[in-house]
Design a protein around this ligand. Structure first.
Ligand code: PLP
Length: 431
């Protein structure tokens, strides 16, 4: 995947195998995976034995069954396990193969359940690459996909780019209040009876690790309740432990969505797999009605078997607790980079997910359209790889999201490598 015009300007290593948090290329070079690939290889690159055995066992037992014709036994176990870990009365509903598909299904469910069409989501969000999930997306990938799907409305959350809701000197509480007032105004202008769902990531992921301030998600929940709108939380990137909670929305006291979509961490991406969960009421509605969404590979037995063992591993090895324990070290390393590198303006982090904001010598986000900044990032990216790191880049943010299984020593080693790569970015940006 290429994020930004640098694509194709550096050679991507040919990986041969993985071991823990490391990947090895065909020249024998070893790389620390700094973003768990696409923030998805959450257990690193050698899987627990139980996961591998479950795949093999399922392949021998019943490699495939179409959900509507014959449900594999492992799906019943998976439903039970998901229902145990999902809070409130959330229940597993369907198991598509990707985050985009899960969001497609979640959008269709919200529309059919409410009989309404519009979906409100945020600018600077990412929800996927299929028609509706892309239309719900707020970042530039939406326009690159043509931006021609009707029924989607974009709103600002408390983090617009160039102004603060409530005024430049507003406190966090004032920003929350102002953005909720603006959102309600927007709901009223769109017609509450036309709006099926408000869709939000629990923490803006690709957009740059924005954790919503106290009261915002609770405010969204209240607006949804007031106007009969479903709250759809996209947990594709944050779900299954990334933020130090099993689901990212659990960082917001008392918030239980109506629809939750997960992917990536559910299988640690060893197989393509996702899930849509919804409240008991929504699920009951579909008891005798079609959801309207389907796919040959939904509920794939091998994908479910792997995801079931992957989730058991996360629970049995207290991966969520490990993330909480290592998070302070993660933050202190990020803070250190802010102090040591003039090209880094600030960091944001939660659990093992963080983001550094790059600035130019004027204290502004350098724009990739500017050839000089473009070249600076290119130099940095080459150095990043030379230092033995691999990861996704989405300027002007530098994402840090290593596998949740990373040890303290490996984490420190990763930050030391990043530190050296940032020396090159400082210099290339003219500091
Ligand atoms: N939603 C979020 C929050 C994501 O981060 C992503 C992918 O990065 C998606 C949806 C799309 O998932 P997929 O790439 O599996 O289709």
């Amino acid at each position: 995947m290429g994020w930004g015009p640098n694509k194709g300007r550096h050679a991507v290593p040919n990986m041969t195998h993985g071991e823990g948090v490391y990947l090895f290329d065909d020249k024998g070079n070893k790389y620390l995976d700094w973003t768990s690939q696409a923030v998805c290889s959450n257990l690193g690159h050698d899987l627990p034995e139980a996961v591998i055995e479950a795949a093999e066992y399922q392949m021998r037992l019943l490699p495939y069954a179409y959900g509507d014709i014959g449900q594999p036994e492992v799906r019943t176990r998976m439903n039970q396990l998901m229902n145990e870990i999902l809070p409130g009365d959330l229940r597993a509903a369907v198991y598509p193969s990707s985050g985009s598909e899960a969001n497609e299904a979640g959008i269709m469910m919200a529309r059919r359940y409410t009989g309404r069409q519009k979906i409100i989501s945020w600018y600077r969000s990412y929800h996927g690459a299929t028609s509706n999930s892309s239309a719900a997306t707020g970042d530039s990938r939406r326009w690159l996909n043509g931006d021609s799907t009707p029924g989607f409305v974009k709103a600002f959350n408390p983090f617009p780019l160039f102004f603060k809701p409530g005024g430049q000197n507003s406190t966090e509480a004032e920003m929350v209040e102002s953005s909720l007032v603006m959102l309600e105004e927007q709901i009223l202008n769109e017609g509450p009876d036309n709006i099926a769902s408000i869709m939000t990531e629990s923490v803006l992921g690709a957009g740059g690790c924005f954790v919503f301030p106290e009261g915002y998600m609770q405010g969204i929940r209240a607006l949804c309740d007031q106007y009969g709108i479903l709250m759809h939380v996209d947990e594709v990137m944050m779900g299954f432990g990334r933020t130090g909670k099993m689901f990212g929305f659990q960082n917001y006291d008392g918030v239980v969505p109506d629809i939750v979509t997960c992917a990536k961490g559910i299988s640690s991406s060893a197989v393509p797999m996702s899930m849509v969960a919804c409240s008991g009421e929504v699920l009951d509605f579909f008891e005798d009605k079609s959801i309207g969404w389907g796919s040959t590979y939904q509920g794939h037995p091998v994908a479910i078997a792997v995801s079931y063992e992957n989730t058991k591993y996360i629970l049995q090895n207290n991966i969520v607790g490990r993330v909480q324990a290592i998070a302070p070290l993660f933050e202190s390393c990020m803070q250190r980079l802010v102090e040591d590198h003039p090209c880094i303006k600030q960091y944001r982090a939660i659990g093992l997910f963080g983001c550094l904001d790059v600035q130019d010598i004027n204290g502004k986000n350098p724009k990739l359209q500017h050839e000089a900044a473009h070249d600076a990032f290119f130099e940095y990216k080459k150095e990043f790889i030379r230092q033995g790191l691999v990861g996704l880049h989405r300027y002007p943010h530098i994402h840090c999201a290593p596998p949740l299984s990373i040890t303290e020593d490996e984490l420190i080693d990763g930050f030391e490598r990043l530190d050296r790569a940032l020396d090159v970015l400082d210099e290339a940006l003219g500091f």
